[in-house]
Design a protein around this ligand. Structure first.
Ligand SMILES: [Zn+2]
Length: 97
């Protein structure tokens, strides 16, 4: 029995960005979560859905937003935007949506 976790299937936009060395800019909203949310996350073992009306405990305050490249994780700047993406540092949670 293998204990290796299978590679997550990449979103086609991520695959294209990697092959073309283009940044894939994204905005991430940062919300605080509590024990109820984490307990549910541990139990269901699926991607968290903070916008679901049922099942998931509510995430709490939005404490910030970040704009960075999904592939290389560089923060956005006008200079970074003009440069080619240096390559993947893929977030393990990115999957085909
Ligand atoms: Zn990049």
């Amino acid at each position: 029995m293998s204990d290796q976790t299978p590679e997550p299937e990449l979103n086609p936009k991520v695959v294209y960005a990697i092959k073309s060395n283009e940044h894939l800019w994204a905005i991430t909203t940062i919300r605080t979560i509590g024990d109820d949310f984490l307990n549910h996350f541990d139990k269901v073992a699926t991607d968290p859905d903070v916008d679901a009306e049922e099942g998931w405990p509510a995430a709490t305050d939005i404490i910030g937003q970040v704009v960075d490249c999904v592939v290389c994780e560089q923060p956005y700047s006008p200079l970074a935007r003009r440069r080619r993406c240096p390559g993947p540092r893929i977030h393990p949670g990115i999957r085909r949506l």
